[in-house]
Design a binder for this molecule. Sequence first.
Ligand code: HEC
Length: 140
Amino acid sequence: MRRAPSLAAIVVVLIGASLLVLIAISSRGHHAPPPPAPAVAENAGISAGGVTLTSTSVELPDDAATFPAGPNVDLVNQRCLSCHSASMVLTQPRLKPEQWTAIIEKMRDAYRAPIGDGEIPAITDYLVARQQTPPAATAR
Ligand code: HEC
């Protein structure tokens, strides 16, 4: 499970390479600019062989993890969250009940979402009641 050389190994290699370059420069009496110092500083990352490894913190967008409360919400959470987020579903352009039903059937038929026939009306009712896009809005 070795994914990258250890920090100590990289530092040793960088110091060794720097010494070799310095020796080569001084023995020629030539004034070349010194090689850039190895970038081993906190949060600055590690550079070696033209590759820089940095650690980054990522701010994820504020995204609803589950569907907001309402009738049948447990069913919708169980059937609709394994592939995408609740907000992705609820911020679609506003849909009529039969359009929601068609989407749910598409999720089942095209993407193999595990949805029983008897569950489709309850999921449709929930989505019609909870969709968040105002009637006139053009989404996206
Ligand atoms: C098995 C995975 C899976 C499940 C479970 C699932 N979906 Fe999807 N859904 C997808 C995929 C794949 C897309 C297409 C995404 C894209 O086109 O970028 C999608 C897209 C959508 C869209 C966007 C409109 C469209 O037609 O592409 C809506 C709305 C949606 N799903 C609603 C639901 C609802 C409601 C449920 C629960 C009943 C559900 N999904 C469950 C996989 C799933």
